[in-house]
Design a protein around this ligand. Structure first.
Ligand code: NAD
Length: 367
């Protein structure tokens, strides 16, 4: 896409790309705004070391488009955007870096709302909040919802329950089901907790031995070597670590009936989603299953932090997953495409009123 950026933008419906620079604090950042059809563009701020500036731009663009689809499919009135900061995510002096970025974001007057992502912390968000109100993810101390991994895990659980009913019949639950959870971080840990409460037979795997020992100790579950995850004799594989886990090598190994987890970009390529359908493995599209955190987090735009209302919205992921399954079956298409259809249909519907102009301006102003 690099030589033909404008063609790529028009093919995939991008609105704008902005480059922010401040030499004094070493800020170099790319903001991609994919869509503001449903509302202000929202999406986290990633801090990462990129091989080139174009790689950073490509990452921002890909992630921004993903956010458009995630919000649209979840029925949240927000568009998609993402900012990436180029640099060492372990950098120590962060205050002025993120305050500088906050100032740039503030100039957009709410067209883009930022939040936490890979390489950034709630502390970084609090720094940006010193310069702009357009920050969604904030610590509880700063008036935000705090960490969102638990809400994401709760959403994954909803999607998993919908998949279990489809696979084992109406009323089926997760009791006694053999479930492998890969990754025991912000999402994986509460995921194990939820699944144990459901009575599932959970096996865990993580590259971090300390985390494995901790989770084994906390929940009394079994552990397995990360190399055995894909061929595990289990009912459900729950990826909560990195993306790209469904690929040419792993496809042949899966013995599970369902793949449902929080990891972003689980399919290495779309053809792997097609292959899962052919193999009769039910795949919960990542952005459907993992929307819980963002749904919970952005809920406060509509009237402040309210845990009950926020989690109630997250629980709707169950119905959304059922809808995805229905479309997939009725149109005989893979679930990842069915999810895209739901998102694209909602955006197409909202486009009709976009011509009137002025999306819900009160949303960012209530921050
Ligand atoms: P995290 O960094 O807190 O945890 C990831 C865990 O995965 C770590 O414990 C790490 O040691 C482990 N890990 C890394 N590589 C592994 C491997 N090959 N095998 C086994 N374990 C491995 O991340 P997180 O916030 O829990 O997010 C997990 C995934 O879910 C990511 O893909 C993230 O993008 C996605 N996601 C997270 C949220 C959220 O609310 N945090 C929301 C949506 C999507």
């Amino acid at each position: 896409m690099t030589e033909k950026i404008f063609d790529y933008m028009s093919n995939y419906g991008y609105e704008k790309i902005l480059l922010f620079q401040n030499e004094d604090v070493g800020l170099r950042a790319v903001l991609a705004i994919h869509s503001t059809v449903l509302g202000p563009a929202a999406g986290g701020c990633r801090f990462w070391t990129y091989a080139s500036d174009l790689d950073a731009m490509e990452d921002a663009m890909r992630l921004a488009r993903g956010m458009t689809y995630k919000y649209a499919a979840a029925g949240v009135n927000l568009g998609g955007g993402k900012v990436v900061v180029i640099g060492d995510p372990k950098r120590k002096d962060r205050e002025m870096l993120f305050r500088a970025l906050g100032r740039f974001i503030n100039k957009l007057r709410g067209e883009y709302l930022t939040g936490e992502d890979v390489g950034t912390t709630l502390q970084d968000m609090d720094y940006m909040r010193m310069e702009t109100p357009y920050v969604i993810t904030l610590s509880k101390a700063s008036g935000g919802a705090g960490p969102i991994g638990g809400a994401t895990a709760f959403g994954v659980l909803q999607a998993m329950k919908a998949c279990a009913e489809e696979t084992w019949g109406a009323g089926a639950n997760l009791q006694g089901r053999k479930i492998v959870v890969q990754g025991l971080g912000a999402v994986g840990y509460p995921m194990v907790e939820y699944l144990v409460k459901e009575g599932a037979a959970v096996t865990i795997a993580d590259i971090d031995a300390q985390k494995v020992a901790q989770v084994k100790n906390d929940f009394g579950v079994n552990a397995m070597d990360v190399r055995d995850i894909f061929s595990a004799d289990a009912d459900i594989y729950c990826p909560c670590a990195l993306g790209g886990v469904v690929n040419d090598e792993t496809l042949e190994q899966f013995r599970v009936k369902i793949i449902c987890g929080s990891a972003n970009n689980q399919l290495r390529a779309e053809k792997h989603g097609d292959a899962l359908q052919q193999r009769g493995i039910l795949y919960a599209p990542d952005y459907i299953a993992n929307a819980g955190g963002t749904v919970f987090d952005t809920d406060r735009l509509w009237g402040g932090v309210n845990v009950e209302r926020g989690m109630n919205k997250v629980s709707k992921i169950y119905e959304r997953m059922k809808q995805v399954i229905d479309i997939s079956k009725s149109q005989n298409i893979p679930t990842y495409l069915a999810a895209d259809h739901i998102a694209e249909e909602r955006i197409a519907q909202a486009r009709a009123i976009k011509r009137i102009g002025g999306y819900n301006q009160s949303a960012p102003l209530t921050l």
